[in-house]
Design a protein around this ligand. Structure first.
Ligand SMILES: [Zn+2]
Length: 452
């Protein structure tokens, strides 16, 4: 069987994900959310289940000193480090079912598919479940993968000493769940050739652009700045409005400047999510206010540019306020941009694009009418027959359902996306029309050419 034809079983992936979420750490209905904090009984149950599933697929299990699980399916090459796939099974106290969990479950589905097709890979393949990636129980996101990378400022012993809100240390939690393993948590001693992670997009962009899959090419550069605004305290009833130095009013203007600068420069995103007032008293003019600015951009250089622009805007606000309020800045946390390896990006791209019939894509553009698209018209053209021949996948089985599916190519009638103020129809951009037609043809192609 050519490799191109291998597909995971999406229904099995989803049902396994839903069943295990329901069994291990689901919030009470009607919520469909999760509370599976790391190394709690529900996380232990999910881990135990995962380990036994992976063992049944012929994997060797390694647990490291941070409780990271490496389930390794041997390859034919004796001396190659595994290719890793995975994510995290822990969640926030009210998290979703897909963040992290999907990454581990899809790795398991890949292992199941390899196993049932008796595929031997050259490299070993490792499923990985990283511990406390959410940082919801023990403070510090991406904690255990950070220790493994040796780039975290919180090292192994510091992580082990961290305590949750019940004062239980991470070392104790690892011991009590049976996940304090002997393998060193250090990539130099437990290496990988590559690591892939399937993750839901936690933003609106793919949906807005009507794309199903995006390929992440890097992790943004990030910096946090703790800002301290100081003013002059006074009684809210007896201090006249003129001459006040209200730190909270200045802080409010600075926070607005954070948003405005990010919007105006388009360099990246900037957010204030935390604010505190020293006095927090209704009858006192605030004299000390703190807030944290979170700046994220595609590159470190852009992070610096945006941060400098924000601070320039701050100076302008202070000048305009022209009272005794001032501010100071402390850099508290940051992560440099991290670009993924081009070979890994290319591998994901090839696999994703492989789901589309490649030779049909350029044809689409030639046959699309802006006002009305009709997939059956496109597909019954001579060019389509040639394209089908060119693709020449393994001949579909001549089953009843295949024939039926072929006669049911869905039609796509273009509809206006909205109407403007004068009631005129506004039509989707040509790019969107092409995307929609491509979707229909892709679905049609998969349906008619699948042998299962
Ligand atoms: Zn995640």
């Amino acid at each position: 069987m050519p490799f191109k034809r291998f597909k995971i079983n999406g229904d099995r992936l989803n049902s396994t994900l839903q069943e295990t979420c329901t069994s291990y750490g689901a919030l009470p209905a009607p919520s469909t959310g999760m509370c599976r904090l790391t190394l709690t009984p529900s996380d232990k149950a999910a881990r135990d289940w995962l380990v036994s599933e992976c063992k049944s697929l012929g994997c060797d299990i390694k647990i490291d000193q941070m409780g990271n699980i490496f389930a390794i399916r041997p390859g034919t090459a004796g001396n190659k480090a595994p290719i890793g796939m995975g994510s995290h099974m822990d969640t926030q106290p009210a998290g979703g079912r897909y963040d992290g969990i999907l990454g581990v479950q899809s790795a398991l589905e890949v292992l199941r598919t390899l196993h049932e097709n008796s595929i031997q890979t050259y490299h070993p393949i490792a499923l990985i479940n990283w511990t406390n990636e959410e940082g919801a129980r023990f403070p510090g996101a991406m904690m255990a993968s950070g220790v493994w990378s040796t780039h975290s400022s919180t090292d192994l012993s510091a992580c082990h000493a961290l305590r949750d809100t019940d004062k239980i240390s991470m070392a104790t939690a690892l011991q009590e769940t049976g996940y304090l393993g002997p393998t060193p948590c250090d990539y130099r001693e437990n290496n990988l050739s590559a690591h892939f992670e399937l993750h839901i997009e936690q933003g609106p962009i793919l949906e807005r652009e009507r794309k199903e899959v995006g390929i992440v090419t890097s992790v943004q550069g990030m910096k946090w700045f703790a800002i301290r605004v100081t003013g002059r305290e006074g009684h809210s009833g007896t201090t006249p409005m003129e001459g006040r130095a209200d730190a909270l009013v200045t802080a409010a203007r600075l926070i607005t400047a954070v948003r405005d600068t990010a919007v105006q420069t388009g360099l990246g995103v900037a957010t204030v999510g935390v604010i505190s007032s020293d006095t927090s008293s209704q009858a006192t003019i605030p004299a000390g206010v703190g807030f944290v600015v979170d700046v994220r951009c595609d590159t470190d250089d852009l992070v610096d540019q945006l941060s400098e622009s924000i601070l320039r805007a701050f100076d302008q606000v202070i000048k305009e306020e022209d009272n005794a309020t001032t501010y100071s800045v402390e850099r508290t946390w940051g992560l440099p941009e991290s670009k993924f390896h081009p070979d890994c990006i290319e591998a994901v791209k090839k696999a994703a694009v492989g789901l589309y019939p490649p030779r049909l894509s350029p044809l689409l553009a030639n046959f699309i009418q802006p006002r009305q698209l009709h997939a059956s018209t496109i597909m019954s053209s001579p060019a389509k027959r040639k394209a089908e021949k060119d693709i020449s996948p393994p001949k579909p089985k001549k089953t009843k359902s295949t024939t039926k599916a072929k006669t049911e190519i869905p039609a796509y009638h273009l509809t206006p996306s909205r109407q403007d103020e004068s009631g005129e129809n506004v039509w989707p951009a040509r790019k969107e029309q092409i995307e929609r037609a491509r979707e229909i043809i892709r679905d049609w192609y998969i349906k008619t050419h699948s042998t299962d």
